[in-house]
Design a binder for this molecule. Sequence first.
Ligand code: UDX
Ligand code: ADP
Length: 475
Amino acid sequence: MKTNKSKISTICCIGAGYVGGPTMAVLADKCPDIKVYVVDKNKERINAWNNSNLEKLPVYEPKLKDVIKRARDRNLFFSENVKKYIGLADMIFLSVNTPTKVKGIGSGQASDLKWIEACARDVAKWANGHTIIVEKSTIPVRTAETIKIILESDQVNKSKKTFAVLSNPEFLAEGSAVNDLENPDRVLIGGDDDHSIKSLSEIYNRWVHREKIIKTNLWSSELSKLIANAFLAQRVSSINSISALCEKTGADINQVSDAIGSDTRIGSKFLKAGPGFGGSCFKKDILNLVYLCNHFGLPEVANYWDNVISINNWQQKRISQIIVNKLFGTLTDKKIVILGFSFKADTNDTRESPAIYIAKDLLEEGANLIIHDPKVNQKQIELELGNDLNCSSKDKNIFEETKKQNYWKFSNNIENAIENADAVVIITNWSEYKNLNWNKLYEKMRKPAWIFDTRSLINIKEFKDIGINIWQIGT
Ligand code: UDX
Ligand code: ADP
């Protein structure tokens, strides 16, 4: 039987997704004496984490392959056996998905906690002795209370099982996850059990300076995660709103960003205008915050934050409308190339990607799309947009019929994709899109052709003289 010791030797993480996988990989890498088991009920995902071909890991992140190579099968293991590793663990991280509810009370705003609840029930059933539970998933404030109630509900085994619950939100950003985990700005630990807090901070202390480990009560920790994301999203919406004003007035959004960002009180990060923020966190967390404020009778605060999302939706729509207007008000049968489908560079994650919304708008207007992305595969795009008709429809009649409306195709060759295109829309800030030879590519397009650069990737001055039509955000 495990004792209430402060030295942790076995960790289990439930959820092998974008957060659980990289976080545990770095933890195992930094703590070779701790056995780290990442478990997930999704067999396909576990198999992918165990794939000997590191190109086939389920999550693409720079430097992740190296970390996995060092730690996997040494002290980092991926398994489907949730029951076994819950039973063995001194400390269990909950790193499961908490998407926005799609039905019932709070639908469209509150987080759906069914996965967290299921985990808590599994832990209550299968844990042994004393176990520290660490919330990693982004969750609404006071979720720890729900977890505690479930864990303590097993009266029969009360004497044999004890639990402490901590909140330890993850602040990594996708695309820089390994760097963020290795050199975090801070580590936040919320809780009221000093013994457990000490155990967790000793783990981080192996590679994070003591001063960067912030300790708060549970609710402050849970709320801080929501608020950090809300503030970051608010900055993006603020700069995006000003990009529209720049387009009307002749100011340049990048110059404005530089000018205001050099004020140390404002700071230069998160001031890049774009097609609207995406990703699994920003929208979900703000909706959650809005729900929370309304629940506590603060409609003014709720409305304030809701506007951050309204501006984001507006920015995405605004871009689709500009494309339609520049292409003479109609996209019917026009060929448009979309460069980038992930929600930002250096990730294969497409959750809430602005590309989904913009592509759907363009398809609705009758465009034929060719979609390119360096890391997102066709299958993933199919999940977001429906079938790639060119590749998957076996019934020619259906294909011909649907083709009359609109369709999209996947391409991994930009040059081929661009042949005879009426427009190219750069949606994701992948570095490979920065130095494309537009002189050459433009020649292949049907004229008058347009390039829509929603990320300010193209150095517009270079191409001014050769008559390329370029629309760039905020200029
Ligand atoms: C975010 C938070 O940064 C991270 O701390 C938290 O743990 C999870 O949520 P993530 O969603 O992975 O991380 O990426 P982030 O870099 O924050 O970008 C979010 C979105 O904002 C992306 O679509 C990105 O393109 C956009 N963005 C970001 C801008 O448009 N401009 C900017 O200046 C910064
Ligand atoms: P995140 O971005 O927060 O990591 P993901 O959706 O990428 O979210 O990953 C969450 C993972 O959690 C999924 O792979 C899912 O299968 C897993 N999961 C959810 N509920 C459970 C559960 N009760 N037991 C085991 N795994 C779970």
